[in-house]
Design a protein around this ligand. Structure first.
Ligand SMILES: Cc1cc2nc3c(=O)[nH]c(=O)nc-3n(C[C@H](O)[C@H](O)[C@H](O)COP(=O)(O)O)c2cc1C
Length: 171
């Protein structure tokens, strides 16, 4: 897919079919994360690829909105150091958001669907993923081929109108 098509085709996928994602494609998705920009190039992150069905099931309980992770073909846990400083946390979360979007676009380019899951239960996350002390599971991304229909550019996305969100020179 062209980049512009991949951007327009990406949509949050909750139901995945059973087609496996080949290792080469998973590595490309992870490489997209690794190449993402970060504040001062600090790269305060780690990416945990989860493919084991038991692990996917367990980690899907970190938040009730993470149920789709249980039937994903693979998931990536975006892991980051914990910080008591809101400014540092905000900066890390911005970086993680960029890494997440890079992965989702790289996946869409391959026809692979994805969906973010928030994480609430940090104790469970640390236990399931054996995280080092003072690291947290910030987000999960589920990946798999869409069960409903293949990804293709969406003509009218469910978004606020262009003129409502775009301002020129000043608000
Ligand atoms: C920061 C963030 C957190 C999200 N958390 C969840 C979640 O916990 N569970 C879920 O099913 N979807 C989650 N989503 C997916 C959004 O609900 C979805 O992207 C949004 O409704 C827009 O739909 P679209 O991606 O198909 O355009 C999250 C998305 C973002 C960006």
């Amino acid at each position: 897919m062209e980049t512009w098509d991949a951007i327009r085709a990406r949509r949050a996928i909750r139901d995945y079919d059973t087609t496996p994602i080949v290792e080469e494609d998973l590595n490309r998705i992870l490489e997209a994360a690794r190449r993402s920009p970060s504040s001062k190039n600090d790269q305060r992150w780690a990416f945990v690829l989860i493919q084991d069905r038991g692990q996917l099931e367990k980690i899907s309980h970190v938040w009730r909105g993470a149920a789709h992770i249980a039937n994903a073909r693979a998931a990536v846990g975006l892991v980051a150091p914990s910080s008591d400083e809101p400014r540092v946390d905000a900066s890390i979360n911005y970086d993680l958001g960029q890494a997440a979007m890079s992965m989702m676009i790289a996946a869409a380019d391959l026809g692979i669907g994805s969906r973010t899951a928030s994480v609430h239960d940090q104790e469970l996350a640390a236990d399931v993923l054996s995280l080092p002390e003072d690291w947290r599971l910030a987000w999960l991304l589920g990946f798999g081929y869409p069960a409903d229909r293949p990804l293709q550019p969406i003509k009218s996305p469910d978004r606020r109108p262009f003129d409502d969100v775009v301002h020129h020179d000043r608000w």
